[in-house]
Design a protein around this ligand. Structure first.
Ligand code: H2B
Length: 100
């Protein structure tokens, strides 16, 4: 089974991400994204979906119009792992490259 991040590792990694916060009562991280409109939001989701499929590591997410909320956690480890950090980094890069 994949190694869960220690609280020290989690703090170090979280500090290098943008706007991700620990979820209360669960070993997971969350960030909300807002885009210009639904088209931008769904374009973002499409890019993330393709990466998630390549990585075999999938987000929990929720979309309404131009808002996308994402929670990352590793179900196989029942907590936060380096896979979540890698996907969060990719997501941050995609979001940064888009106007929102
Ligand atoms: N995504 C996430 N977020 N956590 C997992 O543990 C996970 C996954 N496991 N995507 C993968 C798929 C696993 O269920 C399959 C069988 O490889």
């Amino acid at each position: 089974m994949i190694h869960k991040l220690t609280s020290e590792e989690r703090a170090t990694q979280l500090a290098q991400l943008h706007g991700w916060q620990a979820v209360a009562g669960r070993d997971a991280i969350h960030r909300q994204f807002k885009f210009a409109d639904f088209n931008e939001a769904f374009g973002f989701m499409t890019r993330v979906a393709i990466k998630a499929q390549e990585m075999n590591h999938h987000p929990e997410w929720f979309n309404v119009y131009h808002t996308v909320e994402i929670t990352l956690s590793t179900h196989d480890a029942d907590g936060l792992t380096e896979r979540d950090i890698a996907l969060a980094r990719f997501i941050d890069e995609v979001a940064k490259s888009m106007q929102h």
